[in-house]
Write a protein that binds this ligand. Structure first.
Ligand code: GUN
Length: 291
């Protein structure tokens, strides 16, 4: 059973070692990659994601700054801040953690980040380039999933892939990347969502099933084909430990699906560490523009 588990934390650690070498090479050329993360409000999940991004960045030698703004901050103030970092030489990447408070227009904020510093790969310019298969910053979670599949030896070419979820951050981009003529692509992709009829029927056809819905354990064993590869993107808080730490569950009913899957990612320790690591990769890529 153990060897069925795709340990994202281990793959991510390998990639971080590769990045350290690139960062050392940049240092010899007097370039230290600079990242700024902007958190608006006090969403506990966002707080822990941003803290993890900063921690990882610093551990690699990336100069990472976290800016925390109150939930009441006006959109104009946030836009001004982004403009300041757009112009700042030593900042290579700007990340605004989503979701933003309701009074802010998310797409206006994303559009304000210069595409050259959009290390999340959310700006329409980068989304367009990704769709065309051209050089750009790939969005971190889908890029992390591709790397996990490639480095775990999963054949995507000709595979039936079913993506459950159509978010801009995961569902749409992973579907797009997996149909492209590239490594980790060449798949036949179906995207399921809240209006899909017969979700189970679609899921049962999947050689590779990607769950990105945000509902704990909705993908059950009866929805999974024997031998399928299951990638769980969900990070759902299902309770707290006695010490107040969040208890997490994925979108997949891991214990039961493990019996049927040929490979499966756990939560935590699966896709999550890959997302953060691909952000580091994008930040290093951004810093190379300064050499
Ligand atoms: N919220 C959930 N995932 C992400 C992500 O990858 N980047 C940002 N900026 N916000 C998120």
């Amino acid at each position: 059973m153990e060897d069925k588990i795709i340990r994202g934390s281990e793959v991510a650690s390998d990639i971080r070692e590769e990045l350290k070498i690139e960062i050392e090479t940049l240092a010899k050329q007097n370039v230290v990659p600079g990242l700024v993360t902007i958190l608006v409000g006090e969403n506990p999940a966002s707080q822990s994601y941003v803290a993890a991004k900063n921690r990882t960045a610093r551990s690699l030698g990336i100069d990472s700054t976290q800016v925390t703004l109150s939930a009441e901050t006006s959109e104009a103030v946030l836009l001004e801040l982004i403009d300041k970092y757009n112009k700042q030489e030593n900042i290579d990447g700007i990340l605004v953690q989503l979701p933003l408070p309701d009074h802010m227009d998310e797409s206006k904020v994303i559009n304000a980040i210069t595409p050259e510093k959009d290390v999340d790969g959310f700006h329409p310019v980068n989304v367009g380039l990704m769709m065309l298969g051209e050089d750009c910053y790939l969005p971190c979670t889908p890029h992390g999933i591709l790397e996990l599949l490639i480095r775990s030896g999963v054949e995507t070419s000709g595979a039936e892939v079913v993506v459950v979820g159509r978010s801009n951050i995961v569902g749409k981009p992973i579907a797009n990347l997996m149909i492209q003529k590239r490594r980790g692509g060449n798949a036949t992709v179906t995207v399921c969502h809240t209006r899909t009829k017969n979700l189970k029927e679609h899921c049962l056809k999947a050689d590779i099933l990607i769950a990105a819905v945000g509902v704990a354990r909705v993908i059950t064993a009866d929805m999974v084909k024997e031998g399928a590869v299951v990638i769980d993107v969900g990070v759902n808080r299902v309770g707290e430990t006695e010490s107040g730490k969040a208890l997490l569950a994925g979108d997949v009913d891991f214990d039961n699906v493990l019996e049927k899957a040929s490979k499966i990612t756990p939560v935590p320790g699966g896709v999550g560490p890959m997302t953060i690591t691909m952000l580091m990769k994008n930040t290093v890529q951004a810093a190379k523009r300064r050499v």
